[in-house]
Write a protein that binds this ligand. Structure first.
Ligand SMILES: Cc1ncc(COP(=O)(O)O)c(C=O)c1O
Length: 397
């Protein structure tokens, strides 16, 4: 009856099972896997969202395959502030960036073709690729290389069925940013190999140290390039279901991509029209909200750094942006056993293998949690790591 490609393993992992048992027993567990800003006191102000959505026209329906021009113009203007000069015609609206990925898989790949994706990475693409019968080939981001990559590695992984490269910037969970010179090299490689470049910038606004955001869409390169972003992360409104893809690159290829995407998009018409109508006002809610998130994420990072005893065998990896912290563990550590131990101690974190780190032992923490809860979680974490990894605790924790 069913397709082989949807025969996914649905057995819950040990951590999820244990978490459920503890929840059922009413045990207090600080959730440092939380990535939903609306649940940690970082929801957008209710009234402002209501007012934005109250724009006239909600009772009508004027479907446009790529989305309303007014909404796409607002996105183009946002990207222009980051140096990208594109017309609204190069902007496609979808319900989410996940859906944009699904469109791109359909646009670029036949069954059996492959895309190069970063490893570690957020485990979203594997299901989307399975559903499209597309193979994912992971290029390693090595700790020793600052989680960067080189074009030789990509070339070595590719074959005649490779259709493109995915880059996430800032990366999830490691937070490294695609440097302009790396993008230029990637653009040249993709253009000469007849590959598309997909740059996921859902965390693009969240750069540390007040660094202004840039965008891959600003490079006037040769390669067919898709730059992805959405309301979900950049404005904290995942519930309003609207994301955008900027399509750039040399004109004949770019126009062919847009023409094909138009038919695909017209077959779905998924971006909700009330959200599209409200998009210019919703985008304006972004800057103050992002400032709140930046403060939250940075304060929590400092709390985490302060909890680490000087001689601890674990460390917090430096990062350029995003919402996560990566803890490096000794090579002898068992990530799953440790995450289970931490759960028993009342703090839920993700083991590194959830993100497929190519080597090494890691834990991944979300930095979004409300500061008091975060401090409690980190206190439990430091105490447990001190006990399990057998190092002295920092006094006061
Ligand atoms: C790197 C990355 N890209 C895309 C997504 C999906 O975002 P959306 O909510 O727009 O589908 C996520 C979700 O966490 C993500 O981490």
């Amino acid at each position: 009856m069913f397709s082989a490609r949807t025969a996914w393993n649905r057995t819950p992992n040990l951590l999820a099972l244990r978490r459920e048992t503890l929840r059922a027993r009413g045990v207090d567990v600080v959730d440092l896997t939380m990535s939903n800003p609306t649940e940690v006191g970082l929801a957008q102000p209710e009234r402002e969202v209501q007012e934005a959505l109250a724009a006239p026209g909600v009772a009508g329906y004027a479907p446009e395959p790529f989305g309303l021009v007014s909404a796409r113009e607002a996105v183009a203007a946002e990207l222009a502030a980051r140096g990208a000069h594109l017309s609204a015609k190069q902007v496609l609206l979808t319900a989410s960036t996940s859906e944009a990925y699904a469109f791109l898989l359909a646009l670029l790949c036949d069954p059996g073709d492959n895309l190069l994706i970063p490893m570690p990475g957020y485990p979203l693409l594997s299901y989307l690729a399975d559903a499209a019968s597309v193979e994912l080939r992971a290029y390693p981001l090595e700790l020793e290389e600052g989680f960067g990559f080189d074009t030789e590695t990509l070339e070595a992984l590719a074959d005649e069925n490779t259709r493109g490269v995915v880059v996430v910037s800032p990366a999830n969970p490691t937070g490294q940013v695609l440097a302009p010179e790396a993008q230029v090299a990637l653009d040249a490689l993709c253009a000469s190999s007849d590959w598309a470049l997909v740059v996921d910038e859902v965390f693009g606004h969240f750069l540390r140290g007040g660094r202004p955001p840039s965008t891959a869409a600003a490079l006037e390169g040769e390669a067919l390039t898709f730059t992805l972003e959405g309301l979900s992360k950049s404005v904290g409104l995942p519930q309003l279901k609207c994301a955008w893809t900027a399509v750039t690159g040399a004109a004949p290829l770019r126009d062919e991509a847009l023409a094909r995407l138009e038919i695909l998009a017209d077959s779905f018409l998924t971006a909700a029209e009330p959200t599209q109508r409200a998009l210019p006002r919703l985008l304006a809610l972004g800057p103050p909200w992002r400032r709140r998130v930046a403060v939250r994420v940075e304060d929590n990072r400092q709390t985490l750094l302060a909890a680490r005893p000087a001689e601890a065998p674990w460390s917090v990896l430096p990062c350029e942006g995003g919402w996560s912290a990566v803890l490096r563990l000794p090579q002898s550590a068992d990530e799953t056993a440790l995450a289970l131990e931490l759960l028993e101690a009342g703090v839920h974190v993700q083991p590194g293998h959830f993100y497929d780190f190519p080597r090494g032992r890691f834990l991944v923490l979300s930095l979004l949690e409300e500061p008091g809860r975060f401090a409690t979680g980190v206190q439990r974490l430091a105490r447990t790591l001190a006990r399990v990894l057998r190092v002295p605790e920092r006094s006061g924790w």
